[in-house]
Design a binder for this molecule. Structure first.
Ligand code: AN0
Ligand code: CP
Length: 314
């Protein structure tokens, strides 16, 4: 596996889910695989879960792991053919080429700037690393996707589902800041190929990109969407139009205990970090229906399954 950036990099995503669940039972079974192998994780943006779970996943496989948190001082140039007489000190061609000599696998996190949709959706940073690195690249969340999160989400749904084909609802929820669409885009992509009935609900004006929504049913009435659901997956995202500019929106899209009663004793999911009593009420988050901690726990086995495949088939 040369890259892990979306569900389309995987021929058999259900098998990858099974591999993650197998690793959960025996996380140290493949420690010889990573012997004398090095994983470098580059973070252009902050992280709690992705950084720690991916580091631990690499260590569980016996790898060395080094994390580079990019501070403002390291200005990388991504465009080709530029005259570098401005603020950028180093080009991705050299940076990726150098890091590839120290690493067997490179992981990269890079958020969108939420100013220019075309530029963000070109996923420049992730694609530049893939182009110029000579080792496999894992997305640790790009401008438009968060595949390790979605894989962990699928693993969690697999563990907790009470019927063969559960109803899974992705709902928009309020947030005080403009957030990326990456988690939601990816969740749609992975759930579209998972054995679930997927429904998307959001206020008018928060439509996601059609290339990600595809034929997923969109319901503008949140309570109608929640009816009979097995899993409620909440996430805020900023609008595509006007791009990255949150609109004043009634806070009545918060997920509450009352709304959860519309589901079929459904579970609550969120990728974290979550704003309490903005995105979701304390009663839901602290109640028995909340899966946010097991979901974050599964980030470890999702990352480990992906790294394992890269080490085996890289
Ligand atoms: C980020 C986002 O929405 O993409 C990271 C989520 C995993 N969220 C925040 O920055 C709050
Ligand atoms: N869910 C997630 O990716 O969290 P971090 O931003 O803390 O890595």
């Amino acid at each position: 596996m040369k890259q892990f950036t979306s569900v389309y990099d995987i021929d058999d995503p259900a098998s990858l889910v099974a591999e993650a669940l197998a690793l959960k039972k025996a996380p140290y079974a493949n420690q010889a695989l990573g012997q004398n192998k090095t994983v470098i994780l580059v973070f252009f943006n902050p992280s709690l879960r992705t950084r720690l779970s991916t580091e631990l996943a690499a260590k569980n496989l016996g790898c060395n792991v080094m994390t580079l948190n990019v501070a403002d001082g390291w200005k990388l140039e991504f465009a080709d053919g530029t005259v570098m007489n401005g603020g950028s000190a180093e080009h991705i061609r050299e940076a990726a080429g150098v890091m590839s000599q120290y690493a067997d696998i490179l992981g990269v996190r890079s958020f969108p700037d939420l100013e220019d949709k075309d530029r963000d959706y070109a996923d420049e940073v992730m694609n530049a690393f893939i182009k110029h690195a000579t080792v496999p690249v894992v997305s640790l969340e790009s401008a438009i996707r968060h595949p390790l999160q979605s894989l962990a989400d699928w693993v969690t749904i697999e563990e907790y589902k009470k019927r063969i084909r559960p109803k899974v609802v992705l709902t928009w929820a309020p947030h005080p800041r403009a957030l990326p669409q990456a988690v939601s885009n990816s969740f749609l992509e992975w759930m579209q190929v998972a054995p679930v009935d997927l429904v998307l609900t959001h206020p008018k004006g928060y439509e996601l990109d059609p290339s990600f929504v595809k034929d997923t049913p969109v319901v503008y009435d949140q309570e109608e969407a929640f009816a009979g659901a097995d899993f409620i997956y909440a996430k805020n995202w900023s609008p595509l139009n006007p791009y990255g500019k949150p609109q004043p929106i009634a806070k009545d899209w918060q997920v509450t205990a009352e709304k959860m009663t519309l589901t079929d004793e459904g579970y609550f999911m969120h990728c974290l970090p979550v704003r309490r009593n903005v995105v979701v009420s304390d009663a839901v988050l602290d109640g028995p229906q909340s899966l946010v901690l097991p979901q974050a726990g599964n980030r470890l086995y999702a990352a480990q399954a992906v790294l394992q495949r890269m080490l085996e088939k890289g």
